[in-house]
Design a protein around this ligand. Structure first.
Ligand code: NG6
Ligand code: CA
Length: 508
């Protein structure tokens, strides 16, 4: 009799779980056969909440990313942890609040690896579940242990925190060294022309953006006046490595090719790919195919270029027959900025476009546009299209993906929101600490509380409001998404509740 029941159960469960799409239930304990789709995170750099047509942008048409939005979950309350790159990237990979690590600030190209090699990361977790893991694109989480020799094996780096394959730029497109690094080795390096990098001192009186404006094809507005490479003045000084230096205008194609090669190479295994686009961070250098296409100058053009790349990836997945077996997550590391240090017409040619949509602030800001970003999950045939208002953060991907693949690994601040990411529930986080240049604020329910901070209310260089004020700020985002009405004095009790939660999380 027991065998009969057992047999029946087996039959039922095999009916319920067709070979390729077993049922994924929302409670961790109920997952019987974890499903292992390929997972791709596409992570834009400085793309704002209003920069995609799927998020209401009217003057920029991004049909390929829109396809993800129309066929998946489009989050309206999706957040990066931070309003700058390094901390957000730290959090998405480790599931840990970046402000818990005092070094999680915008890093120079010479900074040591920020992630501890013993820390849990998404690629590590997936690797232990049989995934082939790769990163292509922007790293910006430090390399080595202090003194990097760019002419030898560069380690530790992505390969030591869980990636089987890495093809990266070390920091940002505007920082030296301006070379690609593949699995710890500078690509195309000629040993007779070694690379040296220094963020404090110039080498041998080399020309700089500051002293040699006549050599520039792109003028600097603030910062960005050190070594000139390809006519573009950078942050930091660099010598040598001429054969290895990237061409800015083909960077996008190089990363796309690497991405497509990785997908084709690993298509028979479950794979995890972290595709970290460099667009639309400065310097904005679209391939000639996209120059002038947006009518908004290089910033708009590179957004179209990034959108095209996403279309190419979808096509590759389709051609390889694995689109329905692949979960794609799209987001951005922080909010938008127009003039981030170069004269590139981003301000002048903006027209009516609003990179932050209805949100206040932008990159570097504690106001919403700093951290609230486009956030999409797409899995053809598995995720039903919808818009979700659930509060979710990139930091939650670690625990959620762990749930998906049947792993118990977790990040200290990551929450398992798998059912939310799959569009099966709208119950996201109840609260989230937001960070901008080491200052923090709290989002809880519809409220956001920004404690008093010293410093200018306006970052004049980039012309973005910082969120600093001598007073507490409290906004009700349901009625006031643009954060115009400070209700701190009107609702002292709410402010108090917010403060208590804030201190509790910060003190953990
Ligand atoms: C800032 C740079 C800015 C950008 C940013 C990092 C100056 C004056 N500004 O220091 O141009 O590179 O760092 O951006 O140098 S992020 O998206 O990687 O965080
Ligand atoms: Ca960024």
């Amino acid at each position: 009799f027991i065998f009969l029941i057992f047999g029946l159960l087996l039959v039922i469960s095999s009916c319920k779980q067709p070979e390729k799409t077993p049922e994924i239930t929302s409670e961790k304990t109920q997952i019987k056969t974890p499903f292992k789709p390929n997972i791709i995170i596409i992570y834009a750099d400085d793309l704002g909440y209003g920069d995609l047509s799927a998020y209401g942008g009217i003057d920029l048409n991004t049909p390929n990313i829109d396809k993800l939005a129309e066929g998946g979950v489009r989050f309206t309350n999706g957040y990066a942890t931070s309003a700058t790159c390094t901390p957000s990237r730290y959090a998405i990979l480790t599931g840990r609040y970046p402000w818990r690590n005092k070094n999680a600030k915008i890093l120079p190209g010479t900074a040591p690896l920020l992630i501890d090699t013993t820390q849990m990361t998404i690629p590590k977790m997936l690797k232990s579940k049989g995934y082939e893991t790769g990163i292509v694109g922007k790293w910006h989480l430090g390399l080595g242990t202090g003194q990097v020799n760019w002419n030898a094996q560069i380690s530790p780096g992505p390969n030591e925190v869980g990636f089987d394959y890495s093809y990266i730029m070390a920091a940002t497109q505007d920082r030296v060294p301006t070379v690609f690094i593949k699995n710890g080795h500078v690509v195309n390096l000629n040993p007779d022309d070694p690379i040296e990098v220094d963020y404090d001192h110039n080498f041998d009186h080399q020309p700089t953006g500051k002293d040699n404006p006549e050599l520039l094809k792109l003028k600097w507005h603030h910062g960005h006046n050190n070594t000139i490479i390809n006519g573009i003045p950078r942050i930091g000084f660099m010598k040598g490595g001429h054969t290895a230096r990237w061409t800015d205008e083909t960077m996008s194609d190089t990363f796309l090719m690497q991405t497509e090669d990785f997908i084709k190479r690993e298509k028979d295994k479950p794979f995890f790919l972290y595709y970290a686009l460099q667009q639309p961070h400065v310097p904005r250098t679209p391939s000639p195919r996209f120059v002038g296409k947006s009518g908004m100058g290089p910033r708009g053009d590179v957004i179209l270029e990034a959108d095209w790349n996403v279309g190419q990836i979808l096509k590759t997945l389709e051609d390889e027959g694995i689109l329905e077996n692949t979960l794609i997550i799209f987001s951005s590391d922080n909010g938008p900025v127009l003039n981030d240090g170069y004269y590139d017409d981003a301000v002048e040619k903006l027209g009516d476009h609003k990179p932050g949509g209805p949100l206040r602030g932008g990159k570097y800001s504690l106001f919403e546009a700093g951290t609230r970003v486009p956030f999409l999950t797409y899995w053809k045939g598995k995720i039903q299209p919808k818009t979700s208002d659930a509060l979710v953060c990139q930091m939650d991907l670690l625990n959620s993906l762990a749930h998906l693949v049947g792993s118990n690994d977790e990040g200290p601040d990551s929450q398992d929101l798998l059912d939310v990411f799959l569009g099966e529930s709208d119950e996201g986080r109840s609260e989230l600490v937001l960070e901008a240049t080491t200052r923090t604020a709290l989002r809880k329910g519809q409220w956001v509380m920004i404690p008093p901070y010293k410093g200018s209310p306006l970052n004049k260089q980039v012309n973005i409001e910082t969120g600093n004020s001598a007073n507490f700020q409290l906004y009700n985002l349901n009625d006031d998404i643009g954060q115009q009405k400070n209700l701190a004095e009107t609702y002292p009790d709410t402010l108090n509740v917010m403060l208590k939660s804030f201190e509790k999380i910060r003190g953990k």
